[in-house]
Design a protein around this ligand. Structure first.
Ligand SMILES: Nc1ncnc2c1ncn2[C@@H]1O[C@H](COP(=O)(O)OP(=O)(O)O)[C@@H](O)[C@H]1O
Ligand SMILES: O=C(OP(=O)(O)O)[C@H](O)COP(=O)(O)O
Length: 408
């Protein structure tokens, strides 16, 4: 049983609120889409209106990525959304950061710096070890309680997610609470159940495919996006140098063997693209898998129309469809077709559940709506949809194991 904001006496309490505002970043290094910030407004407003002193904790991007940036522009945007000043502190657990937290008054809010600027935060620990990291030991004494609203990161066993609730009283925020309510009942959803796995996070998608097929949760797994390209290679199709190099550069080459093992074990339940779309002479050009490989520079950027027809037929009989990751490079109009049509077809299924930050923004930009539930999380939603526990939720359930030293 997890405590929620209903169980918290907020007034005068200093609350560390872990949110997931990991967002698309523009060429200028600032926030390009505020959807994930808007999702947390209810939780943050409620805490502030009830007299809380709020220190926001969040990550942005992954080390080495172009989107691995400061949270300064996120704080500016939150200030507008919350209609009150929101300071940005350029460290996360330094003396200066702790002092800024201790100086908060009732109804004040600040955003601490990107937690992943500290290497420990990009490691996975068990909760007790996470509680001994510099981040948690440094910042926890300045906080009274911890609220986790970062459902989208709850599948990560990282210090800001599992360490704080191990030393502080922990509560689920409103986003976390509603996601757990909706996604916690996957085994009871109507059958047959189809999982559509697209996008670019290949290892996560293959983990999910194994799990749902092994547990009998999925009747079919439909592959698309980079995931589909990996399965095609595993099935012996030459998708061409451009797509293969991309997969290699992402460090996903070993995933091809895992995909091949999965095809050996559950091939009858896994659907592979029958054709792909490449860019030729500046336009979308579709090629059946028998016509592959494409030209040297031509990458498989979307699923083609035969694949769409095939997947739409499978969806017609589904009781539940769970979708994660776009079917192609939806950011380019010529390659948005697969995502628009496949997701559009999914809205006709009795129960349709969508996960993924990029997927949600894809659907908004493509104007596709009408799903039963659009989760704020991708990997986290999928993990729940495999009926696996989320480490950050388990840490909230387990509660504090060590007494926090008094802060005087
Ligand atoms: N065939 C493809 N080749 C290269 N990139 C692709 C392809 N299909 C999808 N993508 C990319 O995948 C990205 C989203 O994947 P992912 O991060 O897994 O989604 P989510 O955040 O929804 O979980 C998008 O930027 C999209 O351009
Ligand atoms: O965007 C996120 O996950 P998602 O793309 O699976 O929704 C979360 O912020 C987790 O980020 P991570 O996958 O870099 O740990």
């Amino acid at each position: 049983m997890i405590d929620t904001l209903d169980d918290l006496d907020v007034e005068g309490t200093t609350v560390g609120v872990r949110v997931d505002i990991n967002s698309p970043i523009g060429d200028d290094g600032t926030l390009a889409d505020d959807a994930r910030l808007r999702a947390h407004v209810d939780t943050l407003s409620e805490l502030l209106e009830r007299g809380g002193r709020v220190a926001v904790l969040a990550h942005q991007g992954r080390p080495g990525g172009d989107d691995f940036v400061s949270l300064e522009s996120h704080a500016e945007r939150l200030s507008k959304l919350l209609e009150r000043p929101v300071d940005h502190v350029d460290t996360t657990f330094s003396d200066a950061a702790c002092e800024a937290v201790r100086n908060l008054e009732n109804g004040d809010c600040l955003v601490l710096e990107n937690t992943r600027f500290y290497s420990e935060e990009y490691m996975e620990f068990d909760a007790e070890r996470a509680a001994e990291t510099h981040l948690v030991e440094g910042l926890a004494p300045a906080l009274d309680v911890y609220v986790n609203d970062a459902f989208a990161a709850a599948h990560r066993s990282q210090p800001s997610l599992v360490g704080f609730p191990t030393v502080l009283p922990g509560y689920a925020g409103r986003v976390m609470e509603s996601e757990l309510d909706v996604l916690g009942t996957i085994e009871e959803t109507p059958e047959p159940r189809i999982y559509v796995l697209g996008g670019a996070k290949v290892p996560d998608s293959i983990d999910v495919a194994w799990s749902v097929l092994e547990k009998g949760l999925a009747d079919h797994v439909l592959t698309a996006g980079v995931v589909g390209n990996v399965f095609l290679i595993a099935d012996g199709v030459d998708v061409g140098d451009a797509s293969s190099d991309f997969i290699y550069d992402q460090g996903y080459w070993d995933e091809i063997d895992r995909a091949a093992d999965l095809l050996d074990a559950y091939g009858d339940s896994i659907a592979l693209p029958r054709d792909v779309a490449v860019e030729r002479d500046g336009e979308r050009h579709e090629l059946g898998v028998n016509a592959l490989p494409p030209g040297d520079e031509e990458a498989a950027m979307d699923i083609g129309s035969s694949t769409l027809a095939y997947y739409e037929r499978l969806l017609e009989d589904a009781g539940t469809v769970i979708l994660n990751g776009p079917a192609g490079v939806f950011e380019e109009e010529a390659f948005a077709t697969g995502t628009r049509q496949l997701y559009g077809a999914a809205t006709d299924v009795e129960m349709s559940i969508v996960g993924g930050g990029d997927t949600a923004s894809a659907l908004r930009s493509l104007g596709v709506d009408g799903f039963t539930h659009v989760s704020t999380g991708g990997g986290a939603a999928l993990r729940m949809l495999t009926a696996e526990p989320l480490p950050a939720v388990t840490a909230l359930e387990d509660g504090p194991k060590r007494q926090q030293p008094a802060d005087d």
